[in-house]
Design a protein around this ligand. Structure first.
Ligand code: NAD
Length: 495
């Protein structure tokens, strides 16, 4: 990785780099990656029944990292069987005992945080400063938070005798692999469920290391099972009769398929799907802070964020000033080696995702929007896309309607608060939104009218395990995080 230098970026109107950074690569020595991985079922590593394997690659270099087992129907059946077998005893444990296991897992995650952060950056392509400072602290915080709930379920306002649902099938995407695992596994276990988790096919490695952490924590066999594979493996899990609950985070398209499959089966479902969030900047906003919020809103994690502020709504009177400052700021972002501690923008997670971003950006240009990118050298190997700003965007453009899931922001001007609301809500999605203004009354006025599960005020992309998260409309239903997140794993609870 050290041979992929962090590129000097330049502000567009300057001939010389703004400043130079010496490479500051995090060592990957702390991580051991095996050449191949089996499935984690019933506390043991097992081979896939038909021996099929797939490769996971480092998106920053295209280096093959490992071969990983592809679980077929029989393997999923075995994993669900192991989870069912473990369920009786796990559900009957006093909550305080389950909490001890979760606290132990949380502490091991903290102890092994650097190893997990480096592995996540290698397998996913996201910058080490994000995995180290955001993903991993939040992962540990989730386990601590739900460990604390395990013996207080009867006081959670979800009925006097809350009971676990049984076996939870959990399917997660590649954008925050370990964090999405934590969002799913921690509340499920705290409530007394057992789980079969399927990580995304491009980012299985931290989930497999988490399996080792479960062993290290002496978690009873079968309480957590991890089956790797692609969509087909996920489908087997969704279709399995022995699964009581499906918790899915991923695309709206797959979410709809899942809903069709489970309709009428009695399985409980939560769906955390796509988004096309509006980040609304009023003319009384602190502009420099708002520009930082815009950058964090859409360029954090290469824009691979379901709640990313991908539609930037700017009040007309400050539109030009905001865009000028934003461009200048983007000229200072450093794109390159995800393991370099100076890197702001890492690699796109896969060639498939890069193709999707490229296709939508071309559509934006063809439909008449103006594309702007800072001068920025892209590494020769790996999957990369520069930060991109589209101005002159109309509501009808695909880049204003479809989730790009990349470092691309579409700017739409507005004149009045009412127009901002109309534009912000003019989307099939409803996951998140941001409002930037100095007026508290306007924040409340906007928050009451924005059809979004989360509304941030004068900040963006802030997460906390105590805070529920989830969508409206095609962004899905159900809430993860906070007390609400317990309801999704308890009989009779809100979900
Ligand atoms: P995806 O839907 O293609 O895949 C998500 C997971 O589902 C993967 O593990 C995949 O293997 C599995 N899968 C694919 N087809 C399946 C099927 N037919 N049945 C069961 N499982 C199947 O999504 P992705 O490209 O991995 O992730 C990006 C999407 O996830 C974006 O739309 C993003 O907005 C969304 N997302 C949402 C949230 C949220 O909390 N709302 C969080 C992160 C990502």
């Amino acid at each position: 990785m050290t041979d992929t230098p962090v590129r000097n970026t330049r502000v567009p109107d300057m001939a010389t780099p703004l400043w130079e950074y010496a490479p500051a690569p995090e060592s990957r020595d702390i991580v051991t990656i095996d050449s191949s991985y089996g499935l984690f079922i019933g506390g043991e590593w097992v081979e896939p029944s038909d021996g099929t394997m797939f490769k996971t690659v480092n998106p920053a270099t295209e280096e093959v990292l490992a071969e990983v087992a592809q679980a077929g129907r029989a393997d999923v059946d075995r994993a669900v069987g192991a989870a069912r077998k473990a369920f009786g005893r796990w559900a009957k444990l006093p909550g305080a005992e389950r909490g001890k296991y979760l606290y132990r897992i949380a502490r091991i995650i903290q102890e092994r945080a650097r190893e997990l952060a480096v592995l996540e950056s290698i397998d996913n392509g996201k910058p080490i400063k994000e995995t180290r400072d955001i993903d991993l602290p939040l992962v540990a915080a989730h386990f601590f938070y739900y460990a604390g709930w395990a013996d207080k379920l009867a006081w959670a306002g979800l009925g006097p005798d809350p009971r676990p649902l049984g076996v939870a099938g959990q399917i997660i995407p590649w954008n925050f692999p370990l964090l999405m695992l934590a969002w799913k596994v921690a509340p499920a276990l705290a409530c007394g469920n057992t789980v079969v988790l399927k990580p995304a096919e491009t980012t299985p490695l931290t989930a497999l290391l988490f399996a080792e952490i479960c062993r290290q924590a002496d978690l009873p066999p079968g309480v957590v099972n991890i089956v790797t594979g692609a969509g087909e493996t996920g489908r087997h899990l969704v279709e399995h009769d022995g699964v009581d609950k499906i918790a899915f985070t991923g695309s709206t398209e797959v979410g709809k398929q899942i809903q069709r499959t489970v309709a009428g089966t009695g399985k409980r479902v939560t769906l955390e799907l796509g988004g096309k969030a509006a980040n609304v900047i009023f003319d009384d906003a602190p502009i420099d802070q708002a520009v930082e919020g815009i950058v964090n809103g859409i360029f954090f994690n290469q824009g691979h964020v379901c709640c990313a502020g991908s539609r930037l709504l700017v009040q007309e009177s400050v539109h030009d000033a905001v865009i000028d400052k934003l461009k200048r700021r983007l000229g200072t972002l450093r794109l390159g080696d995800p393991l370099d501690k100076n890197t702001d923008i890492g690699a796109i997670n896969s060639s498939v995702q890069l193709d999707r971003i490229t296709e939508l950006v071309s559509a934006g240009e063809q439909e008449g929007a103006q594309r702007w990118q800072p001068e920025c050298d892209l590494p020769e190997r790996g999957y990369w896309f520069p930060p991109t700003v589209f101005t002159g965007v109309a509501q009808s453009h695909r880049i204003a309607r479809e989730e790009i899931f990349g470092p691309v922001v579409s700017v739409l001007p507005f004149r009045t608060p009412a127009e901002a609301i109309e534009k912000a809500n003019n989307t099939p999605y409803g996951l998140s939104a941001g409002v930037w203004t100095e007026k508290g009354s306007r924040i409340l006025w906007m928050a009451q009218r924005l059809r979004a599960g989360v509304v941030w005020a004068n900040t963006f992309n802030k997460f906390d395990p105590a805070s529920p998260f989830g969508g409206y409309k095609e962004s899905g239903f159900g809430r993860e995080g906070g007390r609400h997140g317990l309801g999704a794993y308890l009989a009779g609870g809100v979900h």
